[in-house]
Design a protein around this ligand. Structure first.
Ligand code: F6R
Length: 353
């Protein structure tokens, strides 16, 4: 049921405050006052010790699920202290990549039906030892939106469960738990940018191509934002790791090609400011996603369009930052007259290889 919405994708983007709440329900352990003091993931609790002892954690997924894992990787490494490597399921299968007895392998899938991911699972073990449901509710639109944000939240909770409660990580854990509790409200806030994104879509609807630059946790946002634009709006779009800019992509920059730069506050902020300056110097046509109040900082000395989003703890910022890009992809699709919920040539779950 679409309710008051025109399309399922639109409904699913707008119901993220509720889907995130459902994803966290019963899993945050309450402490004093209204604060949470830890996470409890029933499916994982008997396996945490083994996972902590792994030599590495390997995330395996396809498409949006791969991107969600990529967004969660830095925090997973930070809290677990275990190196995390990333595998696109089909590529792991193609090259028969090695997986060792001491590895923990995490299969990330919204449908649980993706052929490549399942085949990778079969190649490694008969079945999984444990798991965590994302509980995001039914997603009808072929383009994944609310499942993506719920997957990031689940993997953040897994990282919290894996991290010991050491004194040194206490402040970090508390900030993340507070951030999780407040996340649905912050997503509600960012959804208010809908009209702004619609007007940006009007400006971009006739473009051939769109680049999205991100780094750190938000490299995943760049990949996922570009994936949404290409799969539903049928516009060429590429997510680029900003640190790679000078190794090729800079050659594309001129005054016509629209470029979205993600420059919200985190450890990469200064580097992203410098990327923006370098793009300005090449007369790049910039749209910058930044934290509230940072417009003049990110666009100092140049002209660009700015989308200001609420700032949250860095590991959850990808959940906030993807929302404007989901809205942009949605409005671009409607304006360009394409099928929002059933994009050309795509199926909701890819059950064949
Ligand atoms: C894109 C999208 C796909 C899926 C991918 C994996 O919006 O939905 O990229 O993420 O086909 O699907 P699951 O998560 O079901 O394994």
């Amino acid at each position: 049921m679409k309710g008051n919405y025109d399309h399922f994708m639109q409904k699913e983007i707008h119901e993220q405050p509720e889907s995130l709440t459902t994803t966290m329900r019963g899993r945050l352990i309450s402490g004093d006052s209204s604060k949470a003091k830890g996470v409890l993931l029933g499916g994982l609790k008997d396996h945490l010790k083994t996972i902590r002892r792994s030599r590495r954690i390997v995330f395996i997924g396809c498409g949006t699920s791969y991107n969600a894992a990529l967004a969660a990787r830095p925090f997973m490494e930070e809290l677990s202290g275990v190196p995390v490597t990333m595998e696109i399921a089909s590529d792991l299968l193609d090259r028969e990549g090695p997986i060792y007895r001491e590895d923990t392998v995490v299969f990330v899938s919204q449908s649980g039906e993706t052929a490549d991911t399942l085949q990778a699972l079969n190649a490694i073990a008969r079945e999984t030892d444990c798991g965590v449901h994302i509980n995001a509710g039914c997603e009808i639109g072929v383009a994944s939106t609310k499942a993506y944000t719920s997957q990031i939240v689940v993997m953040t909770m897994v990282a919290l469960a894996l991290g010991g409660d050491t004194i040194s990580s206490q402040a970090r854990r508390e900030a993340t738990l507070d951030g999780l509790l407040d996340l649905p409200n912050k997503v509600r806030e960012v959804l208010k940018l809908d009209d702004e994104l619609k007007s940006l879509a009007k400006l971009l609807m006739c473009e051939q191509s769109l680049l999205v630059f991100g780094r750190g946790c938000n490299y995943a946002t760049a990949l996922e934002g570009a994936l949404k634009v290409k799969e539903v709006a049928l516009m060429h779009s590429e997510g680029i790791l900003a640190g790679e800019m000078k190794h090729g992509p800079l050659a594309l920059v001129d005054e016509t090609l629209p470029i979205i730069v993600i420059a919200t506050r985190d450890a990469c902020f200064r580097k992203q400011q410098s990327v923006i300056q370098q793009l300005h110097a090449r007369k790049g046509r910039l749209i910058v996603i930044c934290s509230k109040g940072d417009a003049s900082l990110v666009c100092a000395g140049g002209s660009c369009r700015v989308i200001e989003v609420p700032q949250v703890v860095d590991c959850l910022q990808p959940v906030i930052n993807i929302v404007p890009l989901q809205l942009l992809a949605y409005h671009l699709t409607v304006l360009r007259g394409f099928n929002v919920d059933q994009p050309r040539n795509l199926a909701k779950s890819v059950t064949t290889q």
